[in-house]
Design a protein. Structure first.
Length: 84
């Protein structure tokens, strides 16, 4: 049971962090316009705060809420080799 809980936590954190990193990548500056650059940097900072918040507030309740949102995907996700 504990191994399954750890795997679910790993899946949740991987999902949250990958999604936020994708958002950060979209905000990487690609223009010399100072206002656009300012908004892009603020978007990166927001994503970083959101990642930190997810880690800081990780709890059984947040894991259960994430599992409910992604239940179908979790059921079809193969267990990585070497983790059983």
């Amino acid at each position: 049971m504990q191994r399954q809980a750890i795997q679910n936590i790993q899946a949740m954190l991987a999902d949250v962090i990958k999604n936020r990193l994708t958002a950060i990548d979209m905000y990487l500056p690609q223009d010399d316009d100072p206002e656009l650059l300012r908004r892009e940097v603020e978007g990166i900072r927001t994503s970083i705060r959101e990642i930190a918040n997810e880690v800081d507030t990780l709890s059984e309740e947040s894991l259960e809420a994430w599992e409910e949102r992604y239940e179908e995907a979790l059921q079809g996700t193969p267990v990585p080799e070497g983790s059983s």
